[in-house]
Design a protein around this ligand. Structure first.
Ligand code: SAM
Ligand code: SF4
Length: 344
C-alpha cells in the first residue's frame, strides 16, 4: 500500500476534532430547501428554490450521513426547509434508524413546522425517532397566519397531537419577536406545561434577505427572561441536549424552557456541530460563510476515503465562533444565506 493510500484509509478511521479541540459529534442535515410555509423571519414570500437537479438524491444524503457517523457523529437532526415535505423522506429516516439499532448513533431527530406530522408521526417513532422539535411561534390563529404566511394552524395542532399520541417527546421552538409574540409567551409556557412539552425560545438571527429590517423585530431574550420571572419560578437546570440552548425548569409546570441567544450570548465555546445542505455543502459554522463542497468528492469515488478526507479538511477550518450583530444601520444580513439553507 502506498503512503497516499494509507493516509486515505486513515481518514475514514479518524474522529473529527477541530483546531480548538472541540469534538464534532452532531450533524444537522437540511434535506430540502423547500417549504410549505413562508415564515416572515425565515424567507421572503417570493423565495426561489434550488432546481431539483442541484439537490442530492436521498441515497447520496444517506451515504454522506453514513460517512459522518463513521467519523464520529452520534447525533443526527434532519431539518430544512421543511424536511417532511421531501418526497420519500421516510426512507432516509429508516436507513438512518439502523445506526440507532447498531449503537453507532445515539439520537436521530427532526425539526419540523408540524404540517405533515399527522401522517408521519407514527412512522418516525417506528424509525427510532424519540424526540422532535416543532416550530410554533404563536397560539393565536391570526398571528400564525401572519407569521407563516401560508401555514395551516389546525393542521399543525393536529400534527402536534399526533406526535404526542405516537409517543414522541415534543419540544416547541418559538422565535421571540418584539410586538409579535412577546405578550403571549406566558400563555405558551402554560400550554406547553399542560401538554408535557418543553419549549425553546430563539432570538431571530440576521440570516438572508427577508425584505424588512430585522432590528425592528429583535427582542433580547435577557429581557424576555426577566419578564417571565414575574410570572414563573425559573430554576436553573443543567439539562443538555447537545444543542446551544441554556435551560431552566419552570417550577409550576415541571417543564423546561431553553433560551438560544446567539446575539446576546456567545455559545460557540462548546460548539460540537456542523451543518450539511441538500446540495452537499458543509457549513462549519451557522454564522460564517465559509463552506466546503462534499458533492464533488462524494461523486468522484464510490468508496468513502476521498469524502472522509474532504470532511477532515473542512473540520480543520471550523472557525472559533460567529460574529452576528444586528445593526440598525447595516442594510445587509450578517450572512447572506437564509436559515432554510442550513436548517438552523
Ligand atoms: N421548517 C422546519 C421548522 O420550521 O421547524 C425546519 C427548518 S427551520 C429553518 C428551523 C428553525 O429555524 C425553526 O425553528 C425556525 O423558527 C428557525 N428560524 C428560521 N429563520 C430564523 C432566523 N432568521 N432566526 C432565528 N431562527 C430562525
Ligand atoms: Fe419553512 Fe421552517 Fe423557514 Fe418557516 S422556519 S419558512 S417552516 S423552513
Amino acid at each position: 500500500m502506498t503512503d497516499q493510500e494509507m493516509s486515505e484509509q486513515r481518514a475514514t478511521q479518524q474522529k473529527m476534532i477541530d483546531p480548538f479541540g472541540r469534538s464534532v459529534d452532531y450533524l444537522r442535515v437540511s434535506v430540502t430547501d423547500r417549504c410549505d410555509f413562508r415564515c416572515a423571519y425565515c424567507m421572503s414570500e417570493d423565495m426561489t428554490f434550488l432546481p431539483k437537479s442541484e439537490v442530492l438524491s436521498l441515497e447520496e444524503l444517506e451515504r454522506l450521513c453514513r460517512t459522518f457517523i463513521k467519523l464520529g457523529v452520534r447525533k443526527l437532526r434532519l431539518t430544512g426547509g421543511e424536511p417532511l415535505v421531501r418526497r420519500n423522506v421516510m426512507w432516509l429516516f429508516q436507513e438512518l434508524g439502523r445506526h440507532l439499532d447498531s449503537g453507532a448513533l445515539d439520537e436521530l431527530t427532526v425539526t419540523t413546522n408540524g404540517s405533515q406530522l399527522s401522517r408521519h408521526a407514527a412512522d418516525l417513532y417506528a424509525c427510532g425517532v424519540r424526540r422532535i422539535n416543532v416550530s410554533l411561534d404563536t397560539l393565536n390563529r391570526d398571528k400564525f397566519l401572519a407569521i407563516t404566511r401560508w401555514g395551516k394552524f389546525d393542521r399543525v395542532m393536529a400534527g402536534i397531537d399526533a406526535a404526542l399520541d405516537a409517543g414522541l417527546a415534543v419540544k416547541i421552538n418559538a422565535v421571540a419577536m418584539r410586538d409579535f409574540n412577546e405578550d403571549e409567551l406566558d400563555r405558551m409556557i402554560a400550554w406547553c406545561g399542560e401538554r408535557g412539552m418543553d419549549m425553546t425560545l430563539i432570538e431571530a438571527m440576521p440570516m438572508g434577505d427577508i425584505g424588512q429590517n430585522r432590528a425592528d423585530q429583535h427582542l433580547s431574550l435577557r429581557e424576555v427572561r426577566q419578564n417571565l420571572e414575574q410570572s414563573w419560578t425559573l430554576q436553573p437546570s443543567d439539562h443538555q441536549t447537545g444543542g446551544p440552548a441554556n435551560y431552566v425548569t419552570v417550577a409550576e409546570t415541571g417543564q423546561r424552557v431553553g433560551f438560544i441567544t446567539p446575539l446576546s450570548h456567545n455559545f460557540c465555546e462548546s460548539c460540537n456541530r456542523v451543518r450539511l445542505t441538500c446540495t452537499g455543502t458543509l457549513f462549519m459554522c451557522l454564522g460564517q460563510d465559509d463552506a466546503a463542497d462534499l458533492r464533488a468528492p462524494l461523486r468522484a469515488s464510490a468508496d468513502d476515503d476521498l469524502l472522509a478526507q474532504a470532511i477532515h479538511a473542512a473540520i480543520a477550518r471550523k472557525p472559533k465562533g460567529h460574529d452576528f450583530i444586528i445593526d440598525r444601520d447595516a442594510d445587509n444580513p450578517a450572512v447572506a444565506r437564509h436559515m432554510s439553507v442550513t436548517g438552523g
